[in-house]
Design a protein around this ligand. Structure first.
Ligand code: GDP
Ligand code: GDP
Length: 469
C-alpha cells in the first residue's frame, strides 16, 4: 500500500516544478470539462525505491470567484483531507509571507503529517529564508531546490519511514504517534525568533537507519554486506527480518534496524564491465543521496587513494555522517604502526572530516564488525543531535574569551548569539556583526570547538554567520 503526498503552498513557490520532478514527466493540465478549473492534479511519484501518489494544488491562479486566499485555504484543507502527508512549500528567496503563515496555521491545526520545505534554496541567497522557515512551527525545514533537484535526498529520508509504515500496514497496523516537541529558545531576549515550537512525528515503528557502504572496487563491500547478513542469519534464523531488493538490504544489525545500500550490488546490476572505476563512483554517489551514514570502506593495502578521498569528500559535502572503515585488517602485520600511519594519513588528507571514527575491520573474518556497528549508530546519533540554545550561548562566551574574534580593518567582529537551526547534519546560526568579514580560520575554530565540547565527531557541522539587520 502506498501513501498520498499533497504539495501545498501559495502560488509560485514551485509546487508544479516539484510535482513534475517527482512524477518524472510533464503532465499537461487537462481541461476535460470546459468551464471547470481543474485545480488538483494527481500523479504517481517516485524517489529512489519509494513510490507514492502526489497531489499538486497548483492552478490557483485561475481562481475567478472567491478571494485567492479563500480559495487557497479551501484547497489546502481539501488536500489535507485527501493526503496522508502534506508537503508545505515556501519560497526561500522571499522568506515567510503572511499568506504562508495563514496556510501554516491551517496545517498545524490538522492532524495530518506535515513536512515543510524551503524551495528555491539553491545558493547562499536562500540561507535566511531556510532559517525563517523554522518559525512556521512545522519542524525542521527541508532545504529544497525543485528546479535543480537539490534536497530530494532529504525529502526521501523524511518520506522513507512513512513509506515503510504504509508498506507494513495490513500486517501490523501501527500509527505514527503525533507528538509535540516544544523547543523554544531560552535566550530569546534579543527578539530573535529562529526556533519556534517544533512539531515532529515520531514513528512508533523504529525506522531503519540508512547506511551506504561505498568504496573503490575490490575494497570488500560485497564481502562486508554478506558477512553482516550471514552474521544476522546466525543470530535470527534464515528468514527473520531480512528483505532484499535491488539496491538495499534491510537488516536488524545487533538490535538496530538498518537499511544498507549495496553499491556493489548496484554495480553488478548495471552490468557495466568497462569503466569500472568511474561506475563505482557514480553508484556510490547514488547511494550517498539516500544515506544518513556513509561507511567509506578502504582497502588497508591501498588506503586513502584519490577515489576514496573523492567519495569521502562528497559524503561530507552532502552532509552525511561518515565512518571510515579500513578493511582486510586480517592480512596486516605491524598493526600498531600501520594504525598510527593511517590516522596521520586521514588527518592530513581529509581535514574536513576531522574526528570521524576510523575503524579497522575484516569483512572476511568478521573481526571488528561490532565496533563498526557501534560507530555507525553513534555517528547517526550525533548527526541528529540537538544542543540547547542556552548551552550553546554559555559555550560561546567561553570560546570568545579564550580566543577573541579578529578585528578586520580595526573593528572587532562581535558574536552576539548562537542557536542550532537544523540537524541531520547539525547546523548553527551565529548572529554577528560584519558576517562577511568573518575569516575561515575563526569559523573553523568554532566548528572544532563544537565537535570537542559537544562530542560531535563523525558528522559534518554547518555554521552560518548572519548579520542582524
Ligand atoms: P507553483 O505556482 O507553486 O506551482 O510554482 P511553479 O512550479 O509554477 O514555479 C514558479 C516559478 O518558480 C517558476 O518560474 C519556476 O521555474 C520557479 N522555480 C520553481 N522551483 C524553483 C527552484 O528550485 N529554484 C528557482 N530558482 N526557481 C524555481
Ligand atoms: P567490492 O568490489 O568492494 O564489492 O569487493 P569484494 O567484496 O568483491 O572483495 C574483493 C576481494 O577482496 C575479494 O577477493 C574478497 O575475498 C577480498 N576481501 C574482502 N574483504 C576481505 C578481508 O577482510 N580480508 C581479506 N583478506 N580479503 C578480503
Amino acid at each position: 500500500m502506498s501513501f498520498t503526498l499533497a504539495i501545498v503552498g501559495r502560488p509560485n513557490v514551485g509546487k508544479s516544478t516539484l510535482f513534475n520532478r517527482l512524477v518524472g514527466k510533464k503532465i499537461a493540465l487537462v481541461d476535460d470539462q470546459p468551464g471547470v478549473t481543474r485545480d488538483l492534479r494527481e500523479g504517481q511519484g517516485r524517489i529512489g525505491d519509494i513510490s507514492f501518489t502526489v497531489i499538486d494544488t497548483a492552478g490557483l491562479e485561475d481562481a475567478t470567484d472567491d478571494s485567492l486566499q479563500g480559495r487557497m485555504r479551501k484547497l489546502t484543507e481539501r488536500a489535507v483531507e485527501m493526503a496522508d502527508v502534506c508537503l508545505f512549500l515556501i519560497d526561500a528567496r522571499v522568506g515567510v509571507t503572511p499568506t504562508d503563515e495563514v496556510l501554516a496555521e491551517i496545517l498545524r491545526k490538522k492532524s495530518a503529517r506535515v513536512l515543510v520545505a524551503a524551495n528555491k534554496s539553491e545558493g547562499r541567497a536562500a540561507d535566511a529564508g531556510v532559517i525563517e522557515a523554522w518559525s512556521l512551527g512545522l519542524g525542521e525545514p527541508i532545504r529544497l531546490s525543485a528546479e535543480h533537484g537539490e534536497g530530494i535526498s532529504e525529502l526521501y529520508s523524511m518520506l522513507m519511514p512513512i513509506s515503510d509504515e504504509f508498506e507494513n500496514r495490513g500486517q501490523d497496523i501501527q500509527e505514527f504517534a503525533p507528538t509535540t516537541d516544544v523547543s523554544v529558545s531560552d535566550e530569546d531576549d534579543e527578539g530573535i525568533d529562529l526556533v519556534a515550537a517544533e512539531r515532529v512525528w515520531r514513528p512508533s515503528v523504529e525506522r531503519p537507519l540508512q547506511v551506504a557502504v561505498v568504496g573503490r572496487p575490490n575494497a570488500g563491500k560485497s564481502t562486508l554486506i554478506n558477512k553482516i547478513l550471514g552474521h544476522e542469519r546466525l543470530l535470527t534464523g534464515p528468514e527473520a527480518g531480512i528483505t532484499r531488493d535491488s539496491i538495499s538490504v534491510q537488516i536488524d544489525w545487533d538490535g538496530t534496524p538498518m537499511r544498507v545500500f549495496d553499491t556493489a550490488g548496484m554495480r553488478k546490476k548495471a552490468k557495466v564491465q568497462d569503466k569500472l572505476e568511474s561506475m563505482s563512483v557514480s553508484d556510490g554517489l547514488r547511494a550517498l543521496k539516500f544515506a544518513e551514514v556513509v561507511v567509506v570502506l578502504l582497502d588497508a593495502a591501498i588506503p586513502f587513494e584519490t577515489q576514496d578521498l573523492r567519495i569521502a569528500d562528497l559524503a561530507e559535502r552532502e552532509g552525511r555522517a561518515v565512518v571510515i572503515a579500513v578493511n582486510k585488517w586480517d592480512i596486516e602485520d605491524e598493526k600498531q604502526d600501520k594504525l598510527k600511519a593511517l590516522k596521520e594519513d586521514f588527518e592530513r588528507s581529509l581535514p574536513q572530516l576531522r574526528g570521524a571514527p576510523l575503524v579497522t575491520v575484516s569483512a572476511k573474518t568478521g573481526k571488528g564488525l561490532d565496533r563498526l556497528q557501534q560507530a555507525i549508530v553513534k555517528a547517526h546519533e550525533t548527526w541528529n543531535r540537538r544542543v540547547s540554545t542556552g548551552q550553546l550561548n554559555r559555550w560561546l562566551i567561553g570560546m570568545l574569551e579564550q580566543h577573541p574574534p579578529p578585528a578586520p580593518s580595526g573593528r572587532r567582529i562581535k558574536l552576539r548569539y548562537m542557536t542550532q537551526a537544523k540537524t541531520r547534519p547539525p547546523g548553527f546560526v551565529v548572529m554577528c556583526s560584519q558576517p562577511d568579514k568573518m575569516p575561515e580560520s575563526y569559523s573553523r575554530y568554532l566548528v572544532n570547538g563544537l565537535r570537542e565540547s559537544f562530542d560531535m565527531q563523525g558528522t559534518p557541522i554547518r555554521l552560518y554567520m548572519r548579520g542582524q539587520g
